[in-house]
Structure formats: structure tokens, C-alpha cells
Design a protein around this ligand. Structure first.
Ligand SMILES: Cc1cc2nc3c(=O)[nH]c(=O)nc-3n(C[C@H](O)[C@H](O)[C@H](O)COP(=O)(O)OP(=O)(O)OC[C@H]3O[C@@H](n4cnc5c(N)ncnc54)[C@H](O)[C@@H]3O)c2cc1C
Length: 489
């Protein structure tokens, strides 16, 4: 049984009610016909929006909640939410609000290493087309930056380094050969490099006699922080036209849903009521499942979105001088740590995620200012983001297996020149993001669950979401990412 609108439950004295009904904007009165869903109402009544404090009861503390109306409200200012916002702003005439409980880059996005690689991806897999399209869009984006007279390296941390997927054993080298053949058949430029070829390409790397690499010259990388700053700047330019607003440090606490036909009318945050004429996009990363659960509590809709946090550490060695990297690198074993394909209909939490323990696989990139980024760890450890020194040591030791010069250095000698990024990847047990409308709540769209590929897949996801909301034909088939029919809902 849906909870009644907070306005009815906690309505102010009748004279105030009367004054507000007369003086508030149209969308305020619409709110009386809505139902409120969300955790906060059960604990603490939502107070009515009183813009004119003189009308508030004298004993009441000041209430600052205000109302705004947009075409689209986006929950989450990570790379997914911000690129979806950008897509609506540049690709339509809709107005957009982005709301975040914290700030951009405070989620997984801020920890991201920034590689946009196809080298470790499987042609024909569910995410192949989306990732390929996304990379195409990123390359066009970098090109558009160049056309504006800006330097993509400076603005986005953009580098066309190419990528090396490296193996150290004969077995891995044979697998890499097969991977190169598959990537070529899928139309990508790909090359096999032997342990004799590699020193010319990447002098600091040592894979031993039996090792080798798959080389993709067209793979790229970006800097998540620089790129987010640039996207935010672009989005904000639409603010002066009344098409963009952001509400940061303002967590979403509820949904206002019109009675009868199930449409969400507004998103309730701790400080604002954001009416949405066209749709709501939930891009809250690893928090998307628990958020939807809380928002739908007490409603007639069940949505069990099994996205969960997968903690990752990334070690950043600033102004690193002992050696330089010409490419982005990843060890072949990385692929083993990616989510496996499971049937979510038969999924019970813990069943498909047997490996709850820490896993570390080597990734190495050099950013725009010469910092060496060493990754990365994976671990299911809840929503905490405390840095764990032993995990950092694991990353350091693993990197030393590939870069002998690191073995001559001690991590303890580098404390001033290093920092560690910790983030929560939005993990989906079946290894695919969720992109699509919520059944029975068709103006609410989920865009989450990209695990270790959210930067990579962001622009393709943004395009897909905008096409869905605008009713445009899809360029990439979204069936594999749908909410409907994939898990209990
Ligand atoms: C160590 C590490 C390295 C990585 N390297 C790469 C890489 O090289 N390439 C790549 O493609 N991907 C990489 N990833 C993965 C990538 O970072 C993520 O897939 C991506 O950032 C997910 O973006 P998102 O916008 O979905 O989530 P997030 O960035 O987590 O954003 C979600 C946002 O939702 C907000 N939010 C949550 N709850 C609420 C609420 N109630 N109200 C309002 N706002 C809310 C949060 O505050 C947050 O800002 C890496 C991840 C890690 C951890």
C-alpha cells in the first residue's frame, strides 16, 4: 500500500495550507496527487516546502526544501550520469538536472585508471558492440576538443598509446595469439608480439622467454578527473539557457509517483523536490540497487537489482622517473577476474561470486603528467572505501613481476610521491551493465553496473539512454542490458 503524500500526512495548519495552495507554482499542487516512496518518510516526516518563512509555524525550524521542474532528472554524477546529461544537452533540447549525494568523482569514477581498451574484450560478447561504439564516440569527442583549438592531452588526459595485453607463460602466449586472431576477424588492428619483439616496444617490461603480448595500436586512455571536469564545464554552459542545473551534496531520498498510472512525477532529495516531465535516470553506480530498493519500499513494485560494490585500489606514483611507459599494459590474467556470465534468474547472492577474496592483476598506465598508475585490486568488502596497505603491497609486488626496475625500489621509500585511489566498481554478477526502463515504472531508466568498464562504456551508454528516453531508434541493440526479464522485477 503506497504511503500517502507527505503533504497530506503532515500538512501545515489549514490557513498555511490555503495560502500555499494559492501561491505555489502549479507543480506544487500536482504534488498533492502523488504518492511518496522512500526510506526517509518512514523515519522522519518530509516537511512541506515553505518558501515564505513568515508562513511557517513559529516553533518549526526553517525549512529549505524547494521545488524545480526539468525534463530529465539524473541521479548520480559519476561518469555515467554526467555523460548521459551531456548527451541530452547536446543531442536534444531537453532540460536536465543532475543530483548527487556527494560530488562528481566521489564514486568509482574518481578511482578509474582511464583505459579505453578493446584488447581484453571478446568479440561477439554482449558488451562488445556497446564498448566499440563507445570508443568510437570517445575518439570523436577527443577530436572535437582538438577542433575547438584545445589539446586533448591537456583537457582530457587523452593519449593514443595503444595497449598491450601481456602473458608470461607459453600457455598465455598461445591464448594471446588466438585473441589477436579473434580481434582481427572482428575488424580491429591487432598484432602478436613475442618476447623478442617486446623490448623494442616497451623496454621496461620483462615477460620472460615464453611470454608475449597482444598489441592493439588503436586503444586509448584518458584521465577520469580531467575528463569529468571538462564534461561538467560543458554541461554548465547550458545553465545560462535554463537547461541545466546540478544539486550536489543532496542525496535522493524518495520518489513522488502519481496515483493510478505509475509514472514518477518527481525525485525528492534532502533539500529539493525535482519534478521531471520526461524521465528519471538512475546512474548511482554500485548504490543503484540499494537506492532503488529503498525508493520502492512500500510500493507495489519489486525490483531486485543485484548490483554490488567491488572495491578496487589503484596506486599512483607521482612524477615517476625510473622508467617510462610507451603503452598501456594489462596482464592476460586480468580477464579471469572479470565477472563471469551467469543466469541471473537462478542467481542468489554469493552463489555466483564464489571468489570473495582479494584478487590483484597488473595494469599499468602513464598519465598526462608522467604519473605511473599501477592497478588493480578486486574485492567484495561492502561499501567501505578505507585504504588497505596490504592490498597496495600486493599491487606493488605484482607490478614488480613485470617491471624488474620496481624490484630495486621500495614502496616504503616513496610515501611522499604516491597516493592511492580507492573506488567501488558497480559489479553485476552476469558481467553486463543494466541499461533500460524499469518495468511498471516506464519513465525511470537504470544506467548502472558497468563494473571495471564504466569509463570505457560511458559515451555509448549515454547515447543508448538518450535514444530510449527520446524514442529514437537504437544504434546498438540494448536487449542484453534490459531490466525486464533479467532478474526479479
Ligand atoms: C581502481 C579502479 C580502476 C578502474 N579503471 C577503469 C578503467 O581504466 N577504465 C574503465 O572503463 N573503468 C575503470 N573502472 C571502472 C569505472 O571507474 C566505473 O565503472 C565507473 O566509474 C562507474 O561509473 P558510475 O557513474 O556508474 O558510478 P560512480 O562513479 O560510482 O557514480 C555514482 C554516483 O552516484 C551517487 N549516488 C549514490 N547514491 C546516491 C543517492 N542516494 N543520491 C544521489 N546520488 C547518489 C554517488 O555519490 C556517485 O557519485 C575502474 C574502477 C576502479 C575502482
Amino acid at each position: 500500500m503506497p504511503t500517502m503524500a507527505s503533504f497530506s500526512l503532515h500538512s501545515p495548519p489549514s490557513h498555511l495550507h490555503y495560502h500555499h495552495a494559492a501561491s505555489f507554482p502549479r507543480h506544487f499542487t500536482v504534488a498533492f496527487k502523488t504518492s511518496y516512496f522512500g526510506p526517509k518518510l518512514h523515519q522522519k516526516p518530509l516537511r512541506i516546502s515553505l518558501r515564505n518563512r513568515a508562513m511557517a509555524a513559529p516553533t518549526e525550524p526553517a525549512v529549505t526544501t524547494s521545488t524545480h521542474t526539468f525534463d530529465v532528472v539524473i541521479i548520480g554524477a559519476g561518469i555515467i550520469g554526467l555523460t548521459v546529461a551531456r548527451q541530452f544537452l547536446v543531442g536534444s533540447d531537453l532540460s536536465v538536472a543532475v543530483v548527487d549525494k556527494a560530488a562528481p568523482c566521489s564514486g568509482a569514477t574518481g578511482a578509474g585508471q582511464g583505459y579505453l581498451w578493446m584488447v581484453h574484450r571478446t568479440p561477439g560478447s554482449d558488451t562488445w558492440g556497446l564498448t566499440l561504439r563507445s570508443h568510437q564516440l570517445w575518439k570523436m569527442f577527443a577530436e572535437s576538443v582538438r577542433e575547438q583549438g584545445l589539446d586533448p592531452l591537456e583537457v582530457l588526459g587523452w593519449k593514443n598509446t595503444g595497449s598491450l595485453l601481456v602473458g608470461r607463460t607459453r600457455e598465455q602466449s598461445m591464448k594471446l595469439e588466438k585473441q589477436v586472431n579473434r580481434l582481427r576477424e572482428a575488424g580491429l588492428r591487432a598484432e602478436c608480439l613475442s618476447s623478442h619483439d617486446l623490448p623494442l616496444k616497451e623496454p621496461a617490461l620483462d615477460v620472460g622467454e615464453d611470454g608475449g603480448a597482444a598489441f592493439l595500436p588503436d586503444d586509448c586512455q584518458l584521465d577520469a578527473h580531467r575528463t569529468v571536469a571538462f564534461i561538467l564545464k560543458g554541461n554548465r554552459e547550458f545553465g545560462s539557457k535554463g537547461r541545466y542545473a546540478e544539486f550536489f551534496h543532496d542525496p535522493v531520498t524518495g520518489l513522488l509517483r502519481s496515483n493510478g498510472h505509475g509514472k514518477v512525477e518527481a525525485v525528492q532529495t534532502s533539500k529539493n523536490t525535482l519534478y521531471c516531465k520526461k524521465g528519471v535516470i538512475v546512474a548511482a553506480g554500485c548504490w543503484s540497487g540499494s537506492l532503488m530498493h529503498d525508493l520502492l519500499r512500500g510500493s507495489d513494485i519489486v525490483l531486485d537489482l543485484p548490483v554490488k560494490p567491488r572495491k578496487g585500489h589503484l596506486l599512483v606514483l607521482e612524477n615517476f622517473s625510473p622508467f617510462s611507459l610507451n603503452h598501456g599494459l594489462m596482464e592476460a590474467g586480468y580477464v579471469d577476474h572479470l565477472p563471469k556470465t551467469v543466469d541471473l534468474k537462478n542467481y542468489a547472492s554469493g552463489m555466483a561470486d564464489q571468489d570473495q577474496n582479494l584478487s590483484v592483476s597488473m595494469t599499468a598506465t602513464m598519465d598526462a603528467v608522467g604519473n605511473l598508475l599501477l592497478g588493480s585490486s578486486r574485492q567484495f568488502a561492502g561499501f567501505g572505501t578505507d585504504m588497505d596497505e596490504s592490498t597496495v603491497n600486493h599491487i606493488w609486488m605484482r607490478a614488480g613481476e613485470f617491471f624488474p626496475k620496481l624490484k630495486a625500489l621500495s614502496l616504503g621509500d616513496l610515501p611522499k610521491d604516491r597516493h592511492v585511489r580507492v573506488g567501488l566498481r558497480p559489479y553485476m554478477p552476469d558481467g553486463k551493465p543494466v541499461i533500460g526502463p524499469v518495468p511498471a515504472l516506464m519513465n525511470v531508466f537504470i544506467a548502472a553496473g558497468h563494473e571495471g568498464g564504466g569509463l570505457s562504456m560511458a559515451l555509448g551508454t549515454a547515447e543508448m539512454v538518450a535514444d530510449m528516453v527520446l524514442g529514437r531508434p537504437e544504434l546498438i541493440d540494448s536487449t542484453a542490458f534490459a531490466v525486464q526479464g533479467r532478474f526479479s522485477c
